[in-house]
Design a protein around this ligand. Structure first.
Ligand code: ADE
Length: 416
């Protein structure tokens, strides 16, 4: 939405939903109140490429409260909530460049519009801003960046390894208060939310195939199991596969699982995970969805080639009919199903992810010129403080080590 409000009513409904999310973001709220008083980001230009959701809107308002000049574009063409984009433009006066369903050309034009503001700090979900800056942009004025997601961090570490990364980046995903919660409980719930909103499928008694057993896969598997599904895990990494076995799932290669599954969910971060040979083995009516960052995990081109007919059968459900009559249902065009068909992770969990982002921006400002080139984790002290504040907001108290216990843990000599 090019800073141009077309639909006032939409902006107002977006504002109500943003306020609704805010109620469940107590840690971010605390940071925002402090930022409003202290203005630690005065005049800092922050360029953001994130899913345009109610939770992101709360982060944008927090950065603005700290005095930053913010521009936002989408990190996925299908995840933008248009009412949120409209509300941010109307009520927060933030430049938002995102339209749900935008084509690839518009998507990249919107990234360029954010970069045109010459950001000093970049904030990415998937590393598209950083990648655009390194391929055809000018990064001379960038102090540092922040990266939200596993896929983006993998991309950035590859750039650092190849010696091409031009500025330091903080891997927000590495914070324990991010990946233990957002990736596991956020993806676990919102992925199933997206699949259920799209299909109204009954999970109890269904065979759900979870492909990839990282934090996101673990989250989806445990939630699907909790809803009564028979969960099968496919994983290439032996330790993770072993963990899945001991967590009580059946583990097998996808070629075998393809014959059994009713619902298939990819969460690997890799390319062409479900391919022609798997579609060929699937049952009539199989549902296929992706919850990895990019729309590359399901080989849609192969599915197209194998099909004689394709139709949109429900919102975010495309039914492909294969030669011979078998039907395969692809959800959300193979894009992040939790954001394409639902609203992404709930505010309660994004509270911690975005507290990390807000404090990460402050950390960069405070340490301008001192961060070395490369991909860094957030300081552990900040990570722990976010957990402490979250517990406090939940009314959960915990024990402290006694001085004697602290001393004992610091000792290494026998019998002392
Ligand atoms: N990624 C996953 N869920 C999200 C949300 N609700 N807002 C922003 N980014 C997200």
């Amino acid at each position: 939405m090019d800073c141009d409000i077309k639909d006032i009513k939409q902006a107002d409904s977006g504002k109500l939903r943003i306020d609704w999310a805010e109620r469940n973001m107590p840690v971010l709220r605390l940071i925002r109140e402090r930022f409003r008083k202290q203005k630690p980001l005065t005049g800092v230009r922050v360029g953001c490429c994130l899913h345009v959701t109610t939770e992101t809107a709360n982060l944008m308002e927090t950065l603005k409260a700290g005095g930053a000049e913010v521009r936002l574009c989408a990190s996925n063409p299908l995840s933008t909530q248009d009412d949120v984009a409209a509300s941010l433009v109307k009520h927060t006066k933030i430049g938002v460049f995102a339209i749900r369903g935008e084509n690839n050309k518009t998507y990249y034009q919107h990234i360029a519009a954010v970069l045109a503001n010459d950001p000093q700090i970049t904030m990415d979900d998937g590393a598209d801003l950083v990648s655009a800056l390194h391929t055809n942009g000018d990064s001379a004025n960038v102090w540092a960046g922040l990266e939200e997601t596993t896929t983006g961090v993998i991309r950035l570490r590859a750039m650092a390894k190849d010696g091409v990364l031009k500025f330091p980046v903080i891997a927000i995903n590495d914070s324990e208060t991010k990946h233990f919660f957002d990736n596991r409980y956020g993806t676990g719930q919102s992925t199933l939310d997206g699949i259920l909103r799209a299909t109204n499928h009954l999970l109890a008694g269904s065979k759900v195939v979870v492909i990839g057993y990282g934090w996101c896969g673990r989250g989806v598997a445990i939630r699907a199991k909790g809803m009564g599904a028979d969960v099968i895990v496919c994983e290439v990494e032996p330790v993770k596969a072993l963990e899945a076995v001991m967590d009580g799932y059946r583990v097998m290669p996808l070629a075998q699982a393809a014959r059994e599954g009713d619902v298939f969910i990819t969460l690997t971060g890799d390319i062409a995970v479900i391919r022609a040979e798997h579609f060929a083995r699937m049952k009539d009516g199989a549902v296929v969805a992706n919850s990895g960052h990019f729309n590359v995990e399901i080989d849609i081109e192969a599915l197209e080639k194998m099909s004689v007919k394709k139709r949109v059968i429900r919102h975010e459900v495309e039914e492909y009919t294969l030669k011979g009559g078998k039907r395969i249902n692809l959800l959300g065009e193979g894009r992040l199903i939790n954001l394409a068909a639902a609203e992404g992770h709930p505010a309660m969990v994004m509270d911690m992810s975005f507290a990390n982002q807000a404090l990460g921006v402050e950390h960069i400002v405070k340490n301008r010129g001192k961060l070395s080139l490369g991909v860094h984790a957030m300081p552990v002290k900040i990570d722990k403080e976010i957990a402490r504040l979250k517990l406090l907001s939940m009314g959960v108290k915990i024990d402290r080590l006694t001085p004697e216990q602290k001393k004992y843990l610091a000792e290494w000599k026998m019998g002392t």
